[in-house]
Ligand binder design. Structure first.
Ligand code: ATP
Length: 326
């Protein structure tokens, strides 16, 4: 009920009387009062005026179930959300749920990660209080070979959700990063457990640098935050909700087509590499080429200097600009 009451408070400009809340949720005045006390303890500023009722004055920027659910506009993505003050990696929590009875669309989010993960065993810097660390559990009925495309579905959704809520000119660096001003603001890590013929579950982790003012040595030249790029702070729950809303829509389009054909044009429009010369770093094989966009299967299409076209599969590959990170 706490989540629902918070949503009502958020959606009404005027005072809401205690009686209205009692009637709506069929509970006692004391129960409503207790919820208000809980919300205050969590940092919500709630004004209570005799004969008028309650009014929400301000919300804390916290990662909590109540805060996320009060702004979420999805059918299934994140409808069940579990939040942690700290965990090693939200991908690990989603994997645990995948091994048990976790449902499709379940979301795991944390204020801080003690062992945030990047691709190929690398670390994701995960300080507390300023960023988004979230992982969604999926149980898609598709062939395992198609699962890597889900990273691109999330990449597009993250870029769209970020742009919509913050106005920051977020671009996709194929296959799994979002950049702004040539630096990384978001990384995506997809992990899955499959049999030969079918997928048990897929976990897509998304780390977004939201309100950091600076980065540790070594990351400074490569990482940025929405605050640095956008010049102000942003509420994290709204960004989470926008990314999940975009993801839900894009995921349905992906399932419908069985590939990225319905997302490709939008993806290419946000692709930072488009039309640029890039250095493709495949294990044991590095070369330069010009990026032309993605294929329906999510490969990066590049043209080599002899004019030949090559499709780069996302698996183990990184792409860099010729003179820098993008
Ligand atoms: P690359 O960005 O080199 O092409 P990648 O996309 O595979 O590789 P990831 O595995 O997604 O990289 O992310 C891990 C890397 O991202 C780390 O090695 C580090 O360089 C960088 N990184 C770590 N934490 C952050 C952060 N909070 N923000 C931005 N970049 C980070």
């Amino acid at each position: 009920m706490k989540n629902e009451i918070l949503a009502v408070l958020k959606n009404s400009r005027d005072y809401i009387s205690g009686q209205q809340l009692c009637d709506k949720f069929r509970v006692s005045r004391t129960a409503v009062w207790k919820v208000m006390e809980q919300l205050k303890e969590e940092g919500y500023e709630i004004e209570a005026v005799r004969n008028r009722g309650y009014r929400l004055k301000s919300c804390p920027d916290v990662i909590s179930e109540a805060e996320i659910l009060s702004v979420l506009q999805t059918e299934w993505a994140g409808r069940r959300t579990v939040c942690y003050k700290e965990t090693d990696s939200t991908n690990n929590r989603a994997r645990d749920a995948g091994e048990k009875d976790g449902v499709h669309g379940m979301l795991f989010a944390a204020e801080r990660q003690s062992a945030g993960k990047g691709r190929r065993g690398r670390a994701w810097d995960s300080p507390g209080g300023s960023s988004i660390y979230m992982s969604i559990l999926l149980r898609p009925d598709i062939r395992p070979a198609k699962a890597p495309m889900l990273t691109l579905v999330m990449g597009l959704s993250a870029a769209e959700g970020i742009k919509e809520t913050t106005g920051v000119d977020a671009k996709i660096k194929w296959p799994n990063d979002i950049v702004a001003d040539g630096k990384k603001i978001c990384g995506i890590l997809t992990e899955m457990v499959t049999e030969i013929e079918y997928i048990n579950y897929v976990v897509i982790g998304v780390g977004i640098n939201v309100n950091q003012e600076s980065f540790p040595e070594g990351l400074e030249g490569k990482a940025t935050s929405l605050r640095i790029a956008g010049g102000r702070t942003f509420g994290r729950a709204e960004i989470i909700a926008a990314v999940l809303k975009a993801f839900e829509k894009n995921y349905e389009l992906f399932l419908e087509a069985g590939d990225l054909s319905q997302l490709r044009a939008r993806y290419d429009r946000l692709l930072v590499n488009l039309g640029r010369d890039v250095r493709v770093l495949e294990p044991g094989n590095e070369y330069e080429a010009r990026a032309k966009g993605i294929s329906d299967e999510g490969e990066l299409i590049v043209t080599l200097s002899d004019g030949k076209e090559r499709h780069v599969f996302s698996g183990e590959v990184s792409v860099r600009g010729i003179y820098g990170y993008v």
